[in-house]
Design a protein around this ligand. Sequence first.
Ligand SMILES: Nc1ncnc2c1ncn2[C@@H]1O[C@H](COP(=O)(O)OP(=O)(O)OP(=O)(O)O)[C@@H](O)[C@H]1O
Ligand SMILES: [Mg+2]
Length: 449
Amino acid sequence: MDSLNNNPTILVVDDEPELCQALSRLLQRSDYNVLTAGDGEEAIEVLRDNDIPVVLTDLMMPRMGGVELLKAAKVVSPATEVVIVTGHGTVETAVEAMKEGAYDFIEKPFTKAITLNTVRKAFEKHMLLAENIKLRKLLEEIQGGDDIIGKSEIMRRVIETAKQVSRSSATILLLGESGTGKEVFANSIHRWSDRAERTMVKVNCAAIPESLLEAELFGYEKGAFTGAVGRREGRFEAAHGGTIFLDEVGEMDNSVQVKLLRVLQEGVFERLGSNKPIEVDVRVLAATNSNLEQRVEDGTFREDLFYRLNVISLDIPPLRLRSGDTILMANFFLKLANEKNKKSVTGFTRAAIESLRNYSWPGNVRELENCIERAVVLCKGDTIDIDILPANVLSGRKRTEEITIQVGTSLRDAEMQLLQATLDSCDSDKELAAKILGIASRTIYRKLK
Ligand SMILES: Nc1ncnc2c1ncn2[C@@H]1O[C@H](COP(=O)(O)OP(=O)(O)OP(=O)(O)O)[C@@H](O)[C@H]1O
Ligand SMILES: [Mg+2]
C-alpha cells in the first residue's frame, strides 16, 4: 500500500493479522493511509524507506517488541511519534515505554473513539515538532548555525556559561547596556533548556503601568479592584511548566517585589482579591540595564529579592568591548536586511569596514542593526560605502579602548581581563596581541588554557 494522496500515513505494527486488519480498517475509514508490519524489525525497514509521522504498535511481539521498536524508531526517524497498544497486565511496560519517549498508549480492548483521538493528537504533536524543526533550520541557516552571533573571546565565554546554566531551572539575571542582546540570550537560554518545547512568556515590566503590573503578573479575581469585571489568570500561570522572561525587572514597586520574591522562593502566589495559593513551576529569567545594586542602596529595590535574582548573573558585554564581532554581525544584519527589503547588497567597502570597526556603538547591537538596515535601503550599488553611513559613525574617533580593573582584583584576574580585551581589540589575532602586550605568543596560548 503506497500513499498516493495527501492523507496522513500511519504504520500499524502487530503480529496478529486480525488485529492489524481491524486497526487498519478503522484508520482507513477515517482517511488515513495505512502501512502495516508484522513485527518490529519489519517496521524499522518501513520507517527507513518512508516518511512516517505516526506508528501504532503492539507491545508484545516476537523478535522485536514494542519498546525495542520505539527505541530503534527514535534513532531511524526521530520525528516519528509512537503510540503503544497494550493488553491487560502490561500497562506497567507501557508506562515504561512512555518514559522512553512513546507519545501515548491505548489499552486493549480499545474503543474506536479513544484510538482515533489518540492517533489524531499524535499527528498534531508530530506536525508541531516538524514545524519547529523547520523553523529552527531556517533560523540556523540565516545565523550560520549558531544561535547567538559572536566569536570574540569574551562572547564565547558568556555563550558557554549561558549554555551551561540553561539546563537547570535556576533563576538567571541578564545584565548589560541597552541593545547588547539580553533578550537574545533569554531566548536562547529557554531554547537550550529542557523547557524548550514549553511556552516562554515575556513581560516588559517597564512597559506596564506600575499599578497594573501586579494584576498582569499574578492575575485577579472578579471585583478585586475597580474594573476587574471578571477573573483573569496572570502571566505566571500562563507560563506554568515553561519560562517567564521579566524584562526591565528593576521597574516594579514594593508589593510586586514581595510577591515575586515569594514565587521565586516557594513557587506560590495568590491572585489579587483571593487568598487561595496557586502553585506554579516556572523558570524565571530576568533582565535589566539599570544598576540594581545602586537601587538596593537607594532603597528602591529589595535586597533579598536582588540576591534571589542574582544567584546566577550573566554580563552581556557592550559591543565596544568585542569589536572583533562588529563586522561578523554587520554581515549578518546585511543578509537580514537584504531579505527584508528584497535587495542584494553583497558587502562593504574597506573604508566602510574601517568606520564600522572604529565606532564605539553606544547603542550596541541594536544601533548596528539599524545602521546596516538603513544603509542597505539607501544603497544604490552592490556594496555599502561610507557615503551612506550615518555621520556619527564616520566621526567616531579611533577608539582608545579601556578596561576598568577594580582595586582588590587579583593580579591573575587583572592579567586575564587585559589579555582578553587586547585579543578582542585585534580580532583574536594572538600574534598581534602578543606583540602589543610584549610577550611571546606561546605565552598567550598557555594563559588561555
Ligand atoms: N549576538 C547577537 N546576535 C544576533 N543578533 C543580536 C545579538 N545581540 C543582539 N542582537 C540584535 O540586536 C537587537 C537588540 O537586542 P536585544 O533586544 O536582545 O537587546 P537588549 O539587551 O534586550 O536591549 P534593551 O536593554 O534595550 O532591551 C535585537 O534586534 C537583536 O536581535
Ligand atoms: Mg531588551
